[in-house]
Design a protein around this ligand. Structure first.
Ligand code: GLN
Length: 280
């Protein structure tokens, strides 16, 4: 898989240099520190505005498409050695390829993705992100490309059998996710919010919390690698994933939707999903 990733990245770079466009490599960047983010936020000078304009023009002429994600969400996005891989990464690469553009991935906290999209720091957000009415107030979503559910992970010997038993319990979630919103609604529950889903799972195995509410495929990925925990059968929500784009960027929404429709009809999305689900 790594080889394939490298080959794709090289192909993208070659295509970009052949086309005489940006020669920026399809690199992945480590998350910025809070200080760096703050510093960058303070630099809203004219120069920054100009370069944002340039980025847009470059994008229109082929160029680079910046994806904001949170690479802590297997099988959709996660680190494999130093590379960010996963279902969203491959779908985004396939979309960028169809658009004749080069993909650049920026890793950030999940709750920083929508702000990155609305501020133009990222062209789009792809992070197993569920379409919600609340998010639709700040961003536009493409057509959906996957379904998901929230589920609860508990200790194997837990007496929690369903969501009704979660009332009054301490529940771990990833900050700013739909799992967070769902747990927050539960009666008398105490919600512990973590930056990474895996940290919530670790707290569960250490007996600090009673359950973790998280997306099903990610729950499966974590449970597979952790002894002594299980996923409850009950599906606590029905959700759909889509790509978030800045409001008003209708052009990008339309282009991405066209690419998604093609990928669906080619069976490519199913193929990518199967590859990562089987690898689990
Ligand atoms: N699907 C969930 C959400 O959109 C979780 C996404 C994630 O943690 N990457 O809130």
């Amino acid at each position: 898989m790594k080889k394939q990733f490298l080959a794709l990245a090289m192909a993208a770079m070659m295509a970009a240099s052949l086309a005489g466009c940006s020669s920026k490599p399809a690199e992945t960047k480590a998350p910025e520190t809070a200080a760096e983010t703050q510093e960058a936020a303070g630099e809203t000078t004219e120069a920054a505005d100009e370069s944002a304009e340039e980025t847009k023009e470059e994008a229109a002429a082929g160029g680079v498409l910046v994806m904001g994600t949170n690479a802590e969400f297997p099988p959709y996005e996660f680190y494999e050695d130093n590379d960010i891989v996963g279902i969203d990464v491959e779908i985004a690469k396939a979309i960028a390829e169809k658009m004749g553009m080069e993909l650049q991935i920026e890793d950030m906290a999940f709750d920083a993705i929508i702000p990155a999209v609305t501020s133009g720091k990222a062209d789009f957000g792809a992070a197993g992100m569920t379409v919600t009415e609340e998010r639709q107030r700040s961003v536009e979503f493409t057509d959906t490309y996957a379904n998901s559910n929230q589920v609860a992970i508990v200790k194997e010997d837990s007496d929690i059998a369903g969501s009704a038993d979660l009332e009054g319990k301490t529940i771990g979630v990833q900050l700013g996710t739909t799992g967070d919103a769902l747990a927050t609604e539960l009666k008398d529950a105490t919600v512990e919010r973590y930056n990474k889903g895996l940290e919530a799972v670790q707290s569960l195995t250490q007996g600090k919390i009673d359950a973790v509410v998280i997306d099903q495929a990610t729950a499966q990925a974590f449970v597979k690698k952790t002894e002594g925990i299980k996923i409850l059968e009950e599906k606590m929500s029905e959700e759909e994933y889509a790509i978030a784009i800045k409001k008003g960027n209708t052009d990008l929404v339309e282009k991405m939707n066209a690419a998604i429709a093609e990928l669906k009809s080619e069976g490519k999305i199913d193929e990518i999903v199967a590859k990562y689900m089987d690898a689990e």
